[in-house]
Design a protein around this ligand. Sequence first.
Ligand code: PLP
Length: 384
Amino acid sequence: MKKFIPYGKQFIDEDDIKEIVEVLKSDFITQGNKVPEFEKKLANYCGTKYAVVFNSGTSALHGAYFALGLSKDDEFITTPITFAATANAGLYLGAKPVFVDVEPDTGNIDINKIEEKITEKTKLISVVHYAGHPVYLEKIKQIADKYGLKVIEDACHALGAKYKGEKIGNCKYSDATVFSFHPVKHITTGEGGAVLTNDREIYEKLLMFRNHGITKDKSKFLNNPDGEWYYEMQFLGYNYRMTDIQSALGISQLKKLDKFVEKRRKIAKIYNEAFKNNSYFDIPVEKDYAFHSYHLYSIRLKDEYKEKKREIFENLKKEGIGVQVHYIPVYLHPYYQKLGYKKGICPNAEDFYTRQISIPIYPAMNDEDINFVIEKVWKVFKER
Ligand SMILES: *Cc1c(COP(=O)(O)O)cnc(C)c1O
């Protein structure tokens, strides 16, 4: 069979499998004690007070926006260089995403362009640590405080990353941080996600939101309980729960997270060395405030090559390199176009899109895989 290396994939070992099987043999495969255990360990890892796990990163984003009070006709600031879910989750609540252009090098939201987009209706800023490179969080917090806005970090790319030496997810500069545990992300639970926060009120809202808006906490009841069985649904929530099976996998994966990130950084270092100062594309940057967790290894074609992106992409695929593009600017999708977003509103993001290609990076890559990628990348660029 022809060798094919995907741009990202999970790393599952025998320990992970053993943990899952144990849950399958136990009395509770969902709503048992693995969920709170995973939450506690996740919060500890990031240095946050609370974590609430969800059945996807998208539902976690939905929960975070809800818990921070985003609602109908509010606006929220976000970036177009992200997966659609970052903006979609706000649309679920009837709010309007306002896209701010990106920095050409990191692909992160351009902090200097946020203030001009703030209006009376702006409720929060949702930043994405693109590819695993943290946003300059202090400045985001400063702007948010100046205008009385909330901050959400969509850190789906950035578990294990650090801002000025401190873990992403500690919520020092934000009200909530969201992670995804999709198989291409740093750790996986199959599908899954989490919201981290230091705020008790947000935490309690999140718990109810993922469980239909129901509480069983007597101290929270609005009416007098009819008996022992009594519970109350107080707002319209969803079934966004993660299972114990998934949480057991998450707990086991979390133990390996630092090794995963280390491996990703090692691969990035090898790529950086191999591709430095080449005339075809720019390699990723790592600013002095950032500890990059390399969810993606994102290259940007130089001027002479961006017109050839389609051909380069196809040839890399033909050579067995599972390249991807991250991302089509969200507002260019037909659904957003129908909502009235115009092409041209974020020129840097559109330019970024014409240049960007992600090449494979994931912990299970061995030296042979890494060298295979380097060799094929050279081959495709030199041949054209
Ligand atoms: C993966 C991802 C999501 C969505 O996570 P799912 O677990 O796939 O729902 C949201 N935002 C970003 C930036 C992502 O990369």
